[in-house]
Design a protein around this ligand. Structure first.
Ligand SMILES: *Cc1c(COP(=O)(O)O)cnc(C)c1O
Length: 367
């Protein structure tokens, strides 16, 4: 078909998001039966069993619309993050929160500022709003907040900071953030994406809630997809001043977080033992990777998340393809402007071993 319906230029030039390759697809394509995926920063332990229990209970009641305001989840998260309930907005994943932010705060001709490389969706949502995306290169794989402050112009409305950053796993500290925010004009909204917050074990980590509670135009986004192991359910949230929250409510679709998801996420929030186990497993996984990369003489970025970026010193797409033949899916840095890096999620100890053995033989094969 030759489409005769006119399409806005900013939509037709968008490149769709490329997700991690699904296990089922690799099995089908390569005729493999045993495939592991360390590509999307999912929790290898799965969700809390308490969340699974609640999912089963709610399955028989899905003829009922969910409550748009997500009251039970709201109470659980308010308690978890220690902010008043009116400071929360829930999304179909934190992705939807990012989308709502772009809808509410970016108009055609406005600018958004972000790091490069960082999470791909910031640019996609900003472009959907027909805003101009300003990308500021990382410095030592870390957000260069000084350069990002320099990049702000009178047209800038939103700045996105992933902390820790994806795909590098690096952290900006409380001190970095204080210095940065002192330079950001009051008519610019700063979004701190804390998708990997639970994994951060560093006393220099900023506590951004104080800025939010002080009434600064700052939004924190968090998710149940990563450490909470609920990526398939799609639940995320924003912590923001009620005035900002009220604007996001105007662009939120009415039943965006489904009924089982609301209930399961509330139960997951109450199971901090599961988070402790998850965080401990990840800390061990990172060390396993560091040791292996040291042994193989590969440079890597020390990570505050549940993934590690490693320089494989050759075309990351070739390494991605070769690892796939060993039944291991990782993320190639090629699409992110890191042609010789791969990003690998920490898995179960046996999965980490399998990845390391596969990587070692792929590097020997000289791909
Ligand atoms: C995974 C991820 C998200 C999106 O997670 P949702 O599943 O939409 O909650 C957001 N930001 C970063 C940096 C991520 O890595």
């Amino acid at each position: 078909m030759k489409l005769s319906v006119p399409v806005a230029e900013h939509i037709s030039r968008l490149k769709p998001y490329v997700p991690g390759k699904p296990i089922a697809e690799v099995k089908r394509e390569l005729g493999l039966s045993d495939v592991i995926k360390l590509a999307s920063n999912e929790n290898p332990l799965g969700p809390s069993l308490k969340a699974v229990e609640v999912l089963k209970e709610t399955a028989g009641h899905v003829e009922i619309y969910p409550e748009g305001s997500a009251p039970a989840l709201r109470t659980a998260v308010a308690k978890l993050v220690n902010v008043p309930e009116e400071y929360l907005v829930f999304g179909n994943g934190s992705d939807e929160i990012l989308h709502m932010l772009a809808l509410a705060f970016l108009q055609p001709g406005d600018q958004s500022v972000q790091a490069d490389p960082s999470f791909a969706m910031y640019a996609i949502y900003a472009t959907q709003s027909n805003a101009e995306v300003i990308k500021v290169p990382l410095k030592d794989f870390t957000h260069d907040l000084e350069a990002m402050a320099d990049a702000i112009t009178p047209k800038t409305r939103v700045v996105f900071v992933a902390n820790p950053n994806n795909p590098t796993g690096t952290l900006v500290t409380a001190e970095d953030v204080d210095r940065f925010l002192a330079r950001v004009p009051s008519d610019v909204l700063v979004v701190f994406d804390e998708a990997y917050d639970e994994y951060v074990d560093d006393e220099r980590k900023p506590d951004l809630r104080k800025y939010v509670l002080d009434g600064r135009p700052i939004v924190i986004t968090r998710t149940f997809s990563k450490a909470y192991g609920l990526a398939g359910l799609r639940v995320g949230y924003a912590i923001a001043h009620p005035e900002i929250a009220a604007l996001l409510e105007r662009v939120r679709s009415p039943f965006n977080v489904n009924l089982p998801a609301q209930a399961a996420a509330a139960a997951a929030a109450g199971d901090q033992e599961h988070i402790k186990r998850t965080v401990a497993l990840n800390a061990e996984g990172r060390q396993t990777f560091y040791k292996a990369f040291d042994r193989l003489g590969l440079k890597y970025v020390r990570s505050h998340g549940n993934f590690v970026l490693v320089d494989v010193e050759r075309d990351s797409r070739a390494v991605f393809e070769a690892l796939q033949k060993h039944g291991v899916i990782i993320r190639a840095g090629a699409g992110l402007g890191l042609p010789n890096h791969i990003r690998v999620t920490t898995g179960l100890p046996s999965q980490n071993q399998r990845f390391i053995e596969a990587l070692e033989s792929v590097l020997k094969e000289g791909s």
